[in-house]
Design a protein around this ligand. Structure first.
Ligand code: 4AZ
Length: 286
């Protein structure tokens, strides 16, 4: 718990507060050049499966309550990160967040573009491990269907999109500087999938997590460069038009030697097809 929670709490609101309180410490730390750090603004039509998770009750109205990303994989199913649904992030057990919504088809969080859809059910992967961050996904079932065309296919195990060197796009409303600058508009960054042995060497096990090749992939540039960042968690990593990853963790953002780590979507598929939490599975005791 400890690790994810610490990370989650240094999320949109808390991180901004820390940066305001200790500007010297913030500016002295490695500040990446710039979703997403080192990225660029995009219109949601370029990655229409990208959704924002929102709770205005918990996170305030200044950015429409956005606190994590998500990705639509069917018209009523959104995937996000398990760590986004932790009690310490949303303030209650996940199925009790009264105003938990998915914001879809909206580039500018403060516009009225697109739609806001209530979340009917939240299932956190029972195999999520807070020490390593393995299995960092949750399945949200929506109260109303999303527009057709706003969904992305999940890449099956063995899909070439997972191969090292594969070029992928990560999108979200997360920190764009690594210093707590949360944008109103959707951003994206191009990153390359890295080889598992490279990822394992970067993250052999430490305070932020441990690389597990069966449930994670990592992407970015070992020299430092574009990367996902706080607030992007749960959002999509798409290669060749297929979903391969969900933003999960990493040490900092865009730093040399510390690539971004993503939940491996083929493992999500395996879990959904097997005995783990899935949207089709009837509620226990109902
Ligand atoms: C986070 O705390 C987080 N640079 C997300 C992505 C990355 C690091 C941290 C990857 O949600």
């Amino acid at each position: 718990m400890r690790r994810s929670i610490a990370r989650a709490l240094i999320g949109p609101l808390a991180l901004a507060a820390v940066v305001t309180a200790i500007p010297l410490a913030a500016s002295a730390s490695a500040a990446p050049a710039g979703v997403v750090v080192g990225g660029f603004p995009i219109d949601v039509s370029q990655a229409p499966w990208t959704v924002a998770l929102s709770s205005r009750d918990r996170f305030g109205r200044t950015r429409a309550g956005q606190f994590c990303g998500g990705v639509a994989v069917s018209r009523t199913t959104v995937l996000t990160a398990a760590h986004c649904m932790a009690d310490e992030v949303v303030g209650t057990p996940p199925n009790r967040v009264g105003d938990l919504k998915v914001i879809a088809s909206r580039t500018d969080l403060l516009s009225t573009e697109g739609e806001e859809i209530a979340v009917r059910d939240v299932r956190v992967n029972p195999r999520y491990d807070v020490e390593t961050n393995s299995g960092d996904f949750a399945v949200l079932t929506l109260a109303e269907p999303l527009p057709r065309g706003a969904v992305v296919a999940m890449a099956p195990k063995g899909d070439a999109a997972y191969e090292p060197g594969s070029q992928a796009l990560v999108s979200g409303w997360g920190d764009v500087t690594g210093g707590g600058a949360y944008p109103r508009h959707l951003h994206a960054a191009r990153v390359r999938v890295l080889a598992d042995d490279v990822c394992a060497r970067a993250y052999p096990g430490g305070p932020d997590g441990a690389y597990r090749a069966d449930t994670m992939l990592c992407a970015g540039d070992l020299a430092g460069g574009p990367d996902a960042c706080q607030g992007d968690s749960g959002g999509p990593l798409v290669a060749s038009g297929r979903l391969i990853g969900l933003v999960s963790w990493g040490t900092g953002c865009g730093r040399p030697g510390d690539p971004g780590v993503y939940t491996r979507v083929s493992d999500v598929l395996r879990s959904l097809g097997g005995s783990a939490a899935g949207p089709q599975r009837p509620e226990k005791g109902s």
